[in-house]
Design a protein around this ligand. Structure first.
Ligand code: GLC
Ligand code: MG
Length: 507
């Protein structure tokens, strides 16, 4: 079964990154028909999301950009650190769009995102890779991170695949920048686009070195794109024009885009002998279409996907059983796809009512951390019964003589902390209180002990606080169902996330 029905979108991606150029049907480029508003040519390929201005120009493969071996830069060292975090190939690599895919802007409670977060941290963080691929610039991406309870990805692809960064420090991939500079002249793009009154420039933060972005009305988009593509081709540029969300028009170098950026990453991992065992791409709109044309990947279009993406899929990939249109919205659709394709555990700890009942085959420090923090949220929201049994269970998992170094610097006995739990039962009811953990990374430090480092976040009303937390967990003298013992906890306020009043921070 062919991977996709048409090669129109697949080709540029494969050609630029992975190998020799394929023969393109002579009818390329196709007229654009965003969101079903225009008329389509007969023969099936009904929607054009991407337009190249130089259909016949040879495309330089990425290999040629890398053929002059540059000396290793400090950035490359950082990149390697991120890529080498996993000793082996990633079990799963999720490459997800953010707006209306990972993040549901119509869910003020952020439930599907929080469910995904708990699933990822409990089951995948330690052996898998999380990649966010967004149209947003670094500025708007950072704003979104402040607004929503998002995890920290291993790799961040921003500005529609034109900026790739690694790790928490978001170290840019200079090799990618260099590659995108080919056949790109931002000045010519701005010069030509200024001649189109239908185009309204987006905010200055969204104008990036390899991305020029506008708004254009749906009914005008098709004609404008055609005319603009012709003008830019005449000026000798090889660009890609992408229409998303029925309003956004991005102009990028031909070699850019979310799909190209993913192909580039996959090539890098392959060179290291660490191709992920499985890759799942997740999206909702036009600029995500490219992701679904990368060979071998699984794909999920979330239930709320835009018409333009669904039409692209119908025309180009409808026979590909590795792509589904989820029945669930946003991050819930991603969880659904993990289950559908059997990519690993797909039950979020948030969907488990009685966490003490979870059946584990072996000690699982990451799961323990997620479970403990989730219980704490439920306790303070009064979503579990105020029972002595729960308190006794808590006491049983906390070594009574163990110590908590509170972020304020004060030391407390873990036994005393559990006793204090009585006082905070239900104290966060009705305040939208949520707890989530990020980057839960356990290291086995002895035959029966683990050091787990993670970021713990709490949201209450408008206030968000976070602590970098290190926990020593022990399996000495306990059985798997009893769970690991918390021996020592050390917390430090995360940058700028400390409270003015720290009395409400328990753990
Ligand atoms: C994001 C970006 C915007 C872009 C759009 C579609 O909203 O902020 O600049 O046009 O994605 O790619
Ligand atoms: Mg989106």
């Amino acid at each position: 079964m062919p991977r996709i029905g048409s090669q129109y979108l697949l080709q540029p991606i494969i050609n630029n990154c992975l190998g020799p150029k394929l023969v393109r049907p002579s009818s390329f480029p196709l007229p654009l028909s965003p969101s079903g508003s225009g008329s389509y040519p007969p023969g099936g390929e009904r929607l054009l999301l991407l337009l190249r201005t130089h259909p016949s120009s040879p495309i330089r493969p990425i290999a040629s950009a890398a053929s002059l071996p540059p000396p290793p830069t400090p950035n490359e060292v950082h990149i390697k650190v991120t890529m080498d975090r996993l000793a082996d190939a990633a079990h799963l690599m999720i490459v997800s769009d953010l707006d209306h895919t990972m993040v549901d802007h119509h869910d003020p409670e952020n439930m599907s995102l929080l469910r995904f977060n708990a699933l990822w941290e409990a089951n995948y963080r330690d052996n898998s890779l999380l990649v966010f691929s967004t149209g947003r610039s670094p500025t708007l991406y950072k704003e979104l991170r402040k607004e929503k309870p998002m995890l920290t990805p291993d790799i961040t692809i921003m500005s529609v695949g034109t900026e790739i960064t690694y790790g928490n420090a978001m170290v840019p991939d200079d090799g990618w920048v260099e590659f995108l500079n080919q056949k790109w002249d931002r000045k010519i793009v701005t010069e030509e686009t200024s001649k189109f009154p239908e185009l309204t420039l987006q905010s200055h933060t969204e104008q990036r070195p390899h991305k020029v972005s506008f708004y254009v009305q749906k009914d005008k988009a098709q004609d404008v794109i055609k005319a603009l593509a012709a003008r830019l081709e005449e000026r000798g540029l090889d660009v890609k024009i992408i229409y998303s969300g029925g309003m956004d028009l991005d102009i990028l170098p031909q070699g850019a885009g979310k799909g190209q950026a993913l192909a580039y990453l996959l090539k890098k991992f392959k060179a290291e002998g660490k191709s992920p065992n499985n890759t799942l791409v997740c999206g909702d709109s036009g600029n995500d279409a490219e992701l679904f044309s990368i060979p071998e990947v699984y794909g999920v279009m979330v239930s709320n996907a835009q018409e333009e993406l669904l039409q692209w899929h119908a025309a180009n990939a409808k026979d590909n059983s590795k792509i589904i249109h989820a029945t669930e919205r946003c991050a819930a659709g991603i969880i659904q796809a993990i289950g559908h394709f059997n990519l690993g555990p797909s039950v979020s700890p948030r969907d488990v009512t009685d966490l003490s009942d979870s059946k584990l085959d072996d000690f699982d420090p990451a799961y323990e951390v997620v479970k403990f923090n989730l219980f704490f949220e439920r306790w303070r929201r009064a979503e579990v019964e105020k029972s002595e049994l729960y308190l006794a269970n808590m006491k049983a998992v906390c070594c009574p003589s163990g110590v908590l170094v509170h972020p304020s610097g004060i030391e407390k006995l873990l036994g005393d902390c559990v006793n204090a739990f009585r006082t905070c039962y239900g104290d966060q009811q009705g305040k939208g209180y949520r707890v989530w953990v990020d980057q839960v990374l356990p290291t086995q430090v002895g035959s029966d002990s683990w050091l787990v480092k993670y970021k713990k976040w709490e949201l209450s009303g408008e206030k968000q606080k976070g602590c970098l937390t290190t926990v020593l967990l022990s399996s000495k003298g306990v059985s798997v169902p009893e769970g690991l013992t918390w021996v020592h906890v050390h917390q430090t306020w995360l940058d700028g996330a400390g409270p003015t009043d720290d009395s409400s921070w328990f753990f």
